[in-house]
Design a protein around this ligand. Sequence first.
Ligand code: IPE
Ligand code: IPE
Ligand code: MG
Length: 229
Amino acid sequence: MEKKKIEHLAIIMDGNGRWAKSKHLPRIMGHHAGVRAVERTVRAARELDIPTVSLYAFSTENWKRPKGEVMGLMGLFRYYMKSKLEDLCKEETHVRFAGDLEALPDDIVEILDDTEKATAKFTERQLVVCLNYGGRKELLDAVNKIVSEGIKPPITEEILRKHFYLPDLPDPDLIIRTSGELRLSNFWLWQSSYSEYYFTDKYWPEFDKNALQEAVKDYYERERRYGNA
Ligand code: IPE
Ligand code: IPE
Ligand code: MG
Protein backbone atom coordinates (compact mmCIF):
# COMPACT_ATOMS: atom_id res chain seq x y z
CA MET A 1 0.00 0.00 0.00
CA GLU A 2 1.26 3.44 -0.87
CA LYS A 3 2.42 5.58 2.01
CA LYS A 4 0.51 8.80 2.43
CA LYS A 5 2.68 11.90 2.66
CA ILE A 6 2.21 13.99 5.78
CA GLU A 7 0.14 16.98 4.71
CA HIS A 8 -0.85 17.98 8.22
CA LEU A 9 1.20 17.34 11.34
CA ALA A 10 -0.60 18.19 14.59
CA ILE A 11 1.15 18.47 17.93
CA ILE A 12 -0.18 18.41 21.49
CA MET A 13 2.66 20.24 23.18
CA ASP A 14 2.50 18.86 26.71
CA GLY A 15 4.83 18.71 29.69
CA ASN A 16 6.10 22.27 30.04
CA GLY A 17 5.14 22.38 33.71
CA ARG A 18 6.74 19.04 34.58
CA TRP A 19 9.88 19.97 32.67
CA ALA A 20 10.17 23.17 34.74
CA LYS A 21 9.48 21.27 37.97
CA SER A 22 12.21 18.76 37.18
CA LYS A 23 14.61 21.69 36.98
CA HIS A 24 13.24 23.45 40.08
CA LEU A 25 11.99 26.33 37.94
CA PRO A 26 8.61 28.09 37.97
CA ARG A 27 6.06 26.65 35.51
CA ILE A 28 6.17 29.76 33.33
CA MET A 29 9.84 29.03 32.56
CA GLY A 30 8.64 25.73 31.13
CA HIS A 31 6.32 27.63 28.81
CA HIS A 32 9.21 29.89 27.75
CA ALA A 33 11.32 26.83 26.98
CA GLY A 34 8.28 25.49 25.11
CA VAL A 35 8.43 28.47 22.75
CA ARG A 36 11.99 27.54 21.83
CA ALA A 37 10.80 23.99 21.09
CA VAL A 38 8.12 25.48 18.83
CA GLU A 39 10.78 27.35 16.88
CA ARG A 40 12.96 24.25 16.48
CA THR A 41 10.07 22.02 15.53
CA VAL A 42 8.51 24.39 13.00
CA ARG A 43 11.92 24.75 11.34
CA ALA A 44 12.40 20.97 11.29
CA ALA A 45 8.92 20.42 9.83
CA ARG A 46 9.79 22.86 7.07
CA GLU A 47 12.96 20.92 6.32
CA LEU A 48 10.87 17.74 6.14
CA ASP A 49 8.58 19.47 3.67
CA ILE A 50 5.44 19.21 5.78
CA PRO A 51 3.08 21.91 4.48
CA THR A 52 0.73 22.24 7.47
CA VAL A 53 1.65 22.16 11.13
CA SER A 54 -0.92 22.74 13.87
CA LEU A 55 0.01 23.33 17.48
CA TYR A 56 -2.28 22.96 20.47
CA ALA A 57 -1.26 25.99 22.51
CA PHE A 58 -4.25 26.68 24.79
CA SER A 59 -7.36 24.58 25.26
CA THR A 60 -10.87 25.66 26.25
CA GLU A 61 -10.15 23.83 29.52
CA ASN A 62 -6.87 25.62 30.26
CA TRP A 63 -8.78 28.60 31.75
CA LYS A 64 -9.12 26.41 34.86
CA ARG A 65 -5.43 26.98 35.64
CA PRO A 66 -4.30 29.52 38.27
CA LYS A 67 -4.83 33.10 37.08
CA GLY A 68 -1.11 33.86 37.17
CA GLU A 69 -0.31 30.99 34.81
CA VAL A 70 -3.11 31.95 32.40
CA MET A 71 -1.87 35.55 32.38
CA GLY A 72 1.70 34.37 31.84
CA LEU A 73 0.60 32.27 28.88
CA MET A 74 -1.36 35.18 27.37
CA GLY A 75 1.73 37.36 27.78
CA LEU A 76 3.77 34.75 25.96
CA PHE A 77 1.32 34.56 23.03
CA ARG A 78 1.45 38.36 22.77
CA TYR A 79 5.24 38.44 22.84
CA TYR A 80 5.70 35.49 20.48
CA MET A 81 3.35 36.75 17.80
CA LYS A 82 4.78 40.26 17.88
CA SER A 83 8.45 39.36 17.95
CA LYS A 84 8.35 36.40 15.56
CA LEU A 85 6.30 37.94 12.79
CA GLU A 86 9.37 38.97 10.84
CA ASP A 87 10.87 35.47 11.07
CA LEU A 88 7.61 33.83 10.04
CA CYS A 89 7.47 36.13 7.01
CA LYS A 90 11.04 35.21 6.13
CA GLU A 91 10.06 31.57 6.40
CA GLU A 92 7.12 32.30 4.09
CA THR A 93 4.59 30.74 6.43
CA HIS A 94 0.93 31.64 6.64
CA VAL A 95 0.06 31.84 10.32
CA ARG A 96 -3.55 31.03 11.11
CA PHE A 97 -5.51 30.48 14.28
CA ALA A 98 -8.16 27.98 15.30
CA GLY A 99 -10.36 28.35 18.35
CA ASP A 100 -12.90 30.63 19.97
CA LEU A 101 -10.69 33.68 19.57
CA GLU A 102 -13.28 36.21 20.66
CA ALA A 103 -12.93 35.11 24.26
CA LEU A 104 -9.24 36.13 24.25
CA PRO A 105 -8.12 39.61 25.42
CA ASP A 106 -8.88 42.28 22.75
CA ASP A 107 -5.28 43.27 22.12
CA ILE A 108 -4.33 39.64 21.47
CA VAL A 109 -7.21 39.25 19.03
CA GLU A 110 -5.86 42.28 17.20
CA ILE A 111 -2.30 40.88 17.10
CA LEU A 112 -3.59 37.53 15.80
CA ASP A 113 -5.59 39.28 13.14
CA ASP A 114 -2.60 41.37 12.01
CA THR A 115 -0.34 38.29 11.96
CA GLU A 116 -2.82 36.32 9.87
CA LYS A 117 -3.26 39.15 7.39
CA ALA A 118 0.47 39.92 7.13
CA THR A 119 1.25 36.31 6.25
CA ALA A 120 -1.81 35.45 4.13
CA LYS A 121 0.17 35.81 0.93
CA PHE A 122 2.21 32.70 1.71
CA THR A 123 0.40 29.72 0.29
CA GLU A 124 3.01 26.92 0.38
CA ARG A 125 3.16 26.47 4.14
CA GLN A 126 0.90 27.16 7.08
CA LEU A 127 1.27 27.18 10.83
CA VAL A 128 -2.02 26.82 12.70
CA VAL A 129 -1.96 27.90 16.32
CA CYS A 130 -4.87 26.46 18.28
CA LEU A 131 -5.81 29.01 20.91
CA ASN A 132 -8.80 28.64 23.19
CA TYR A 133 -9.46 25.60 21.03
CA GLY A 134 -11.67 22.68 22.03
CA GLY A 135 -12.98 20.03 19.67
CA ARG A 136 -16.37 20.00 21.38
CA LYS A 137 -16.62 23.78 21.22
CA GLU A 138 -15.71 23.74 17.53
CA LEU A 139 -18.48 21.22 16.84
CA LEU A 140 -21.01 23.14 18.91
CA ASP A 141 -20.05 26.45 17.30
CA ALA A 142 -20.48 24.84 13.87
CA VAL A 143 -23.91 23.42 14.78
CA ASN A 144 -25.05 26.77 16.16
CA LYS A 145 -23.89 28.59 13.00
CA ILE A 146 -25.76 26.08 10.85
CA VAL A 147 -28.95 26.56 12.87
CA SER A 148 -28.67 30.34 12.84
CA GLU A 149 -28.20 30.31 9.06
CA GLY A 150 -31.46 28.40 8.80
CA ILE A 151 -29.87 25.45 6.95
CA LYS A 152 -32.35 22.57 6.84
CA PRO A 153 -31.56 18.88 7.38
CA PRO A 154 -30.06 16.63 6.22
CA ILE A 155 -26.81 18.17 7.45
CA THR A 156 -23.97 16.50 5.59
CA GLU A 157 -20.33 16.10 6.61
CA GLU A 158 -19.51 18.70 4.01
CA ILE A 159 -21.91 21.28 5.47
CA LEU A 160 -20.60 20.66 8.99
CA ARG A 161 -17.00 20.99 7.89
CA LYS A 162 -17.72 24.27 6.11
CA HIS A 163 -18.61 25.70 9.51
CA PHE A 164 -15.42 24.68 11.29
CA TYR A 165 -12.85 27.32 12.28
CA LEU A 166 -10.63 26.52 9.27
CA PRO A 167 -12.81 24.63 6.78
CA ASP A 168 -10.06 24.12 4.19
CA LEU A 169 -7.60 22.49 6.63
CA PRO A 170 -6.79 18.87 5.74
CA ASP A 171 -7.32 16.35 8.55
CA PRO A 172 -4.16 15.64 10.56
CA ASP A 173 -2.21 12.67 9.22
CA LEU A 174 -0.06 12.44 12.32
CA ILE A 175 -0.78 13.67 15.84
CA ILE A 176 2.17 13.79 18.23
CA ARG A 177 1.71 14.16 21.97
CA THR A 178 4.66 14.71 24.24
CA SER A 179 5.11 14.08 27.97
CA GLY A 180 3.82 10.52 28.15
CA GLU A 181 0.10 11.34 28.42
CA LEU A 182 -2.01 9.08 26.23
CA ARG A 183 -5.05 11.20 25.45
CA LEU A 184 -6.44 13.73 23.01
CA SER A 185 -7.62 16.32 25.58
CA ASN A 186 -10.30 17.72 23.26
CA PHE A 187 -7.98 18.36 20.30
CA TRP A 188 -9.21 17.96 16.65
CA LEU A 189 -12.04 15.61 17.70
CA TRP A 190 -13.80 15.36 14.35
CA GLN A 191 -10.70 15.75 12.22
CA SER A 192 -8.67 13.04 13.99
CA SER A 193 -10.96 10.11 13.17
CA TYR A 194 -8.31 8.49 10.97
CA SER A 195 -5.17 10.21 12.23
CA GLU A 196 -2.13 8.23 13.28
CA TYR A 197 -0.96 8.87 16.85
CA TYR A 198 2.56 9.08 18.14
CA PHE A 199 3.32 9.40 21.84
CA THR A 200 6.67 10.19 23.36
CA ASP A 201 7.74 10.48 26.99
CA LYS A 202 9.84 13.56 26.21
CA TYR A 203 8.54 16.77 27.72
CA TRP A 204 7.68 19.39 25.11
CA PRO A 205 10.70 21.65 25.92
CA GLU A 206 12.96 18.67 25.10
CA PHE A 207 11.40 18.05 21.69
CA ASP A 208 13.70 18.68 18.74
CA LYS A 209 14.49 17.81 15.16
CA ASN A 210 15.65 14.30 16.01
CA ALA A 211 12.48 13.60 17.95
CA LEU A 212 10.38 14.80 15.03
CA GLN A 213 12.36 12.68 12.59
CA GLU A 214 11.74 9.61 14.78
CA ALA A 215 8.00 10.27 14.85
CA VAL A 216 7.87 10.79 11.09
CA LYS A 217 9.85 7.60 10.48
CA ASP A 218 7.44 5.68 12.68
CA TYR A 219 4.51 7.13 10.73
CA TYR A 220 5.94 5.98 7.40
CA GLU A 221 6.30 2.45 8.72
CA ARG A 222 2.57 2.19 9.34
CA GLU A 223 -0.18 1.07 7.07
CA ARG A 224 -3.30 3.24 6.98
CA ARG A 225 -6.30 1.17 6.03
CA TYR A 226 -9.30 3.47 6.58
CA GLY A 227 -11.53 0.47 7.25
CA ASN A 228 -10.35 -1.37 4.17
CA ALA A 229 -9.24 -5.01 4.19
C1 IPE B 1 1.59 22.24 27.97
O1 IPE B 1 2.31 22.02 29.13
C2 IPE B 1 1.30 23.71 27.75
C3 IPE B 1 -0.11 24.09 27.87
C4 IPE B 1 -1.12 23.30 28.12
C5 IPE B 1 -0.41 25.50 27.71
P1 IPE B 1 1.60 21.91 30.55
O2 IPE B 1 1.52 23.25 31.15
O3 IPE B 1 0.31 21.19 30.43
O4 IPE B 1 2.64 21.03 31.33
P2 IPE B 1 2.32 19.86 32.37
O5 IPE B 1 1.41 18.89 31.67
O6 IPE B 1 1.66 20.48 33.55
O7 IPE B 1 3.64 19.27 32.69
C1 IPE C 1 -3.51 19.72 26.41
O1 IPE C 1 -2.66 19.71 27.50
C2 IPE C 1 -3.71 21.14 25.94
C3 IPE C 1 -2.56 21.78 25.32
C4 IPE C 1 -1.42 21.22 25.05
C5 IPE C 1 -2.76 23.17 24.98
P1 IPE C 1 -3.21 19.71 29.00
O2 IPE C 1 -2.04 19.60 29.87
O3 IPE C 1 -4.11 20.87 29.21
O4 IPE C 1 -4.10 18.39 29.03
P2 IPE C 1 -4.57 17.47 30.24
O5 IPE C 1 -5.21 18.37 31.25
O6 IPE C 1 -3.36 16.80 30.79
O7 IPE C 1 -5.51 16.50 29.62
MG1 MG D 1 -0.27 19.23 30.57
